[in-house]
Ligand binder design. Sequence first.
Ligand code: SF4
Length: 446
Amino acid sequence: MGLSACDGRADGVSAPRISFVTMGCAKNEVDSAAMARALSGAGYAVVEDVEGADVIVINTCSFIQAATEESLEAIFEAARLPRVAAGDAAIVVAGCMPARYGDDLADELEEARAFVPCSKEDDIVAVVEAIVGPVPAAAGETATSAGAPAELARPAFSYVKISDGCDRFCSYCTIPHIRGRYHSFPYEDIRTAVAREVAQGAREIVLIAQDTGRWGQDLPGGRDLAWLVDALAGAFPDTWLRVMYVQPEGVTDALLAVMAARENVCSYLDIPLQHVSEPLLRAMNRPGSAEKFAAAIEHIRALVPDITLRTTLIAGFPGETEGEFEALCDFVAEAPFDYVGVFPYSREEGTAAYDLPDQLDEDEKAERAQILRDVADTACAARVAARIGRSYRVLVEGAEEDGQLYGRAQCQAPEVDGVTFIEAGEISSFVDVVITDTLLYEMEGE
Ligand code: SF4
């Protein structure tokens, strides 16, 4: 595109402006926030305004084809912005796409000035500096006053990553190829990240990773997820802690005991099962069976009776017979879960499942996914409706345009489980309400 080292600076004195576009999941949001902090720390102005930015960092997602296409569309959209088209601003493509496609991407995507795969995101300052040059000495104050991107500013809750990568190699999944082997972050780093988010106003910390239940296994000292959650809950007693993405083997009695004992640990588990057919689970390179999952859920509910359970399921995996699909629907219909995420199988190049026989066609996969969603909606809505008359503590998160306040109870994870509408309360504070009505996944309290 022909940017020189100092292109994109409005006056040669101000700090270059860097804007972020974040695609995909919460883990990417955490990574974008970390890159934004590094750039702010180096004196760059991290701004919300993409159109006025000198560098646009697009943190991409590509774990399935549809996500790759969305990320490509975001890159093409940024490339059409007047300053980018004129050569006055540059695009940096970061995250999963460069990690998955490597050098092939540089050959195909001339819209991007630089590529920063997940494993190199610590180098973002050097990458940006190579494009727009260092921050002028006189620009310090302007830069630091710009703060973090608005899309990352979450006053009521924040995500904190506790590990990265994955060693499980589920046969359909690209993540181990993109994010590399599992590695836990040290407790001290996690605690520092939680303290920073709490100091910035977060009242709920959502611990995330590809595989949270494995935390600590690769660190010396014998600590595990139960220890981590207990330690953080003790260190931050006024903050809710929530753990997402615990694989079935990661749900230990010790973790459940911490949930039962600590009021500020959300009684909530997101346990991805993906299917209940034993042959299909083996083809997915995953453990379990319908009987084992049913027994595990009964055990969990016996130890933590008020727990909320969420899962994710794949419809239309290669070789899924009609009988296996019906068995999956029956399992969900029996309502062991409060929330269910359903995804049609996505055939991804480079994964073991890509070469499996008996691939279903796209229409069949989409149809099965919709049938399963409908079954889940009926079963889960009934569980949500059963909360009417019960008391819940709600974290007040904001107000809609008409002034209607809303928040979330511990049974509602951010961004996926709906909200609770309430009558009164201060934003970012907790209020106790009785649920008076529900509509599918939304609740109303007074
Ligand atoms: S547990 Fe399986 S589905 Fe989840 S990130 Fe690891 S390989 Fe992928």
